[in-house]
Write a protein that binds this ligand. Sequence first.
Ligand code: 13P
Length: 255
Amino acid sequence: MRLVKPFFGGNWKMNHGPRAARRFVEEFTALFPPSQDRTVVFFPPAVSLAEFRTAAAGREDLLVGLQDVYWEPSGAFTGSISAPLAKDAGATFVIAGHSERRHVFGDSDEDVVRKVAAISAAGLTPVLCVGELLEERDRGEVESVVTRQVEIGLSQLQAEEAERIVVAYEPVWAIGTGRTASAEDANEVHELIRGMLVERVGSAAARAIPIIYGGSVKTSNIEELLAAPEIDGVLVGGASLSPKDFAQICRTVWR
Ligand code: 13P
């Protein structure tokens, strides 16, 4: 399945329990009519997924995913959720390698690749997050860090699996800080990622893969970001917690 661009992801992180999720859906659906010309995916906390889906019944255009999974399919792994369990709960996407997983919880590149492979094997779409730390940017290492993360992240996927992913470029210094990468800077990194995807899956398939930007996306900068030729969508944290702001972001006219 090819994803319709632009792609809008709302990563709620550790916010909005089931009751808040229901209220959110009621408000959001009133502000955002069903739309076939874009992809909108919510990543609520796992405990809110069922309530989200119940509240959004009849809105097949609003997709859901989980923020993380463990790579084993089942077993004695207290506290963890697997990709098959996520699928059973109605998720169609799972984020892998979010910077908070990498830097707060210590997920290594090797952990991320196992997760990407497990998500894909379960028939779900991995959203592979990559992005450099501020000190890496200052040392001029953006290209090498992002290249390494993308290369490793995709290394266990078959060609046809690698065609069915989303790549999110989220510079760590722009997440939750109010500092957004300029559309120009982000576009440059997206171009680099696109080039790697072209080598991996060929030009036509690589063009179809959404490469999205995340890091302090707001109603005030969404238009500029989406105007950049290689930015196919966004992964929104803080601003996705407000139905009003996120509906406005999701309604942005696509170039
Ligand atoms: P903010 O939009 O809050 O900066 O978070 C971005 C992010 O991490 C999305 O996954």
